[in-house]
Design a binder for this molecule. Structure first.
Ligand SMILES: [Zn+2]
Length: 232
């Protein structure tokens, strides 16, 4: 650990975790260490504690809800840990390596790229900045048609001041690579859910779709997910 000495007195140290140079008040004391303080700063140690607590909670929930099926388990878990999950996700997304991975994926993964482009086009439209020609071509419906379909849901969320996301009932990741975009993002596969719910849903489970749609898409679903498709 690199430490700075001024006139023989140690004043700062570099945290070996976040690599920031900080004054000694930012470190817990530790007699074992040569410079008398811990190698991770207080902020990093607090994050480590929270992370540990989160993992323990997660493990407990796993035990408790294992037999209740994935869907309920995830919903219950996010309900109880909403704020923490939200912050965690937010910070995670901003990490440089994660951001780089996202850029690479955008370049190389067509399904992912479509998802990102589609979402942003729809959000622009929701905000009244619609340029929907390209989206319509891609998805088989216009942003206005999308809005019409979900107007009530969107209004409900707007009225209650809860953040919402555009979500795929059957997650994009469950489709085979050759599945057409207009099938993956068909109106029948879309829904509006709360942001926190979506953050924790990710690709872990599918929400029920109409029987017609299920029949139409089943051949585009990866083998290991086929028996997890449920209908309304
Ligand atoms: Zn640190």
């Amino acid at each position: 650990m690199k430490t700075t000495y001024i006139e023989g007195i140690t004043t700062t140290a570099i945290c070996t975790k976040c690599k920031e140079e900080k004054t000694f008040e930012n470190f817990d004391k530790c007699k074992r260490m040569k410079n008398g303080c811990r190698s991770h700063c207080k902020k990093c140690r607090q994050e480590e504690r929270q992370e540990k607590e989160y993992k323990e909670k997660h493990a407990q929930f796993n035990k408790k809800y294992y037999h209740a099926g994935f869907k309920d388990y995830h919903k219950e878990f996010y309900e109880e840990n909403k704020e923490y999950i939200k912050n965690r996700m937010f910070e995670y997304k901003l990490k440089p390596n994660v951001m780089q991975r996202r850029k690479d994926r955008f370049k190389n993964d067509e399904k992912y790229r479509t998802k990102v482009l589609m979402r942003s086009a729809l959000y622009r439209c929701l905000k009244g900045k619609a340029k929907e020609g390209r989206t319509a071509k891609l998805l088989g419906y216009t942003a206005i048609e999308f809005l019409d379909r979900f107007r009530t849901d969107i209004k409900t969320y707007n009225d209650s001041d809860i953040d919402y996301h555009i979500d795929h009932k059957i997650p994009i990741e469950w489709f085979i690579d050759s599945a057409p975009v207009n099938i993956i993002s068909a109106l029948d596969n879309m829904q509006i859910i709360s942001a926190t719910e979506n953050l924790h849903k990710r690709h872990f489970y599918a929400d029920p779709v109409s029987a017609d749609f299920a029949l139409k898409v089943i051949k585009y679903i990866q083998e290991q997910y086929k028996d997890q498709i449920t209908i309304i």
